[in-house]
Design a protein around this ligand. Structure first.
Ligand code: DON
Length: 302
């Protein structure tokens, strides 16, 4: 069976699901989205992009943006980042504050919210929020070779209004001296970064630079690609990372908008969207689709 045929069958099978999971409603603007939606795009090394389902429907990439912010900060300060953020899985929820006290304000990794807030704070060094967001958006657009990628300001405002946990994390980080900018300033920038909207096609194309595909624009040195992939594998789905590695075996990053960016190094960049989430806050049917794709293609790195 061809990959294209497989994707059409996958779309049909996923649509028969009885339980799609639950959409994230702690960001009110995302709470009204119907969970029973699905799209997939697979960008291959030769430049082809295969799609099925709602692959050109835009969605809020949320935490998937942390991958691109990390790429920007590694480009800016490189290894110095690790003085402020660790690179170990936390085993806790994405918005947990527990380890921050024990570990004196150094978040475990750049993908949990506390770590991503430190990354955004570092990107704000010497720059306004507008310029910082332009840098992240510029990276994503260049990676996707598509300028039609924007921030949904209503989603950003909705999260800023109700994001008490992130505000708490930012204040806590600041109390340990691991936040340089005022907490409100950092959170204002962070929620806009999370509110970038992309379709599966755009996200799969942007992921080509992390997958190191032959067709990808040269934006990220191979050593940085390897490091980002290692972090995606170990920490990309938070406390569900072990389960995802077990079932899928590829580096990936999830977002509470239901997006998933999955990397088959050297082979493909895959974006999946299905907004119903599992108990870890990762796309429920998206994970199942990723598992089936890995079985079909043999793209597990193990
Ligand atoms: O900070 C938040 O809570 C959201 N803007 C992003 C969290 C997220 O996407 C977690 N992913 N599954």
């Amino acid at each position: 069976m061809t990959l294209d045929r497989f994707l059409q069958d996958l779309d049909r099978d996923i649509r028969a699901a009885a339980d799609w999971g639950k959409v994230a409603d702690y960001i009110p603007e995302l709470g009204g989205i119907a969970p029973d939606q699905f799209g997939i795009a697979v960008a291959l090394a030769d430049g082809q992009v295969l799609t099925a389902g709602q692959a050109d429907q835009e969605f809020s990439i949320q935490s998937v943006s942390k991958v691109f912010a990390l790429a920007c900060v590694l480009g800016r300060i490189g290894e110095q980042l690790w003085l402020r953020v660790g690179r170990e899985p936390s085993g806790d929820r994405f918005d947990s504050i527990l380890l921050l006290e024990q570990e004196k304000g150094r978040p475990r990794n750049p993908f949990i919210n506390a770590g991503a807030i430190v990354v955004t704070d570092e990107l704000l060094r010497g720059r306004s929020p507008q310029l910082t967001l332009a840098e992240i958006l510029g990276f994503v657009r260049a990676a996707a070779e598509d300028d039609d990628i924007h921030i949904d300001k209503a989603v950003a405002r909705s999260e800023a209004r109700t994001g008490y946990r992130n505000a708490a994390l930012a204040h806590y980080l600041r109390s340990f001296g691991n936040l340089r900018n005022p907490p409100d300033h950092v959170i204002g920038t962070y929620v806009h970064q999370c509110a970038i909207e992309m379709s599966c096609i755009q996200l799969a194309r942007a992921g080509r630079v992390i997958a190191g595909l032959d067709c990808a624009p040269a934006l990220l040195a191979p050593v940085k690609q390897r490091r980002i992939n290692a972090l995606m594998m170990t920490c990309g789905q938070y406390d569900g990372s072990g389960n995802f590695a077990f079932r899928v075996g590829m580096p990936a990053k999830s977002g509470v908008g239901g997006g998933l960016l999955i990397i088959a190094p050297g082979k493909a960049s895959i974006a999946i969207w299905s907004p119903g989430l599992d108990g870890w806050g990762n796309s429920q049917m998206g994970t199942l689709a990723a598992e089936k794709l890995a079985e079909f293609t043999g793209w597990s790195v193990f």
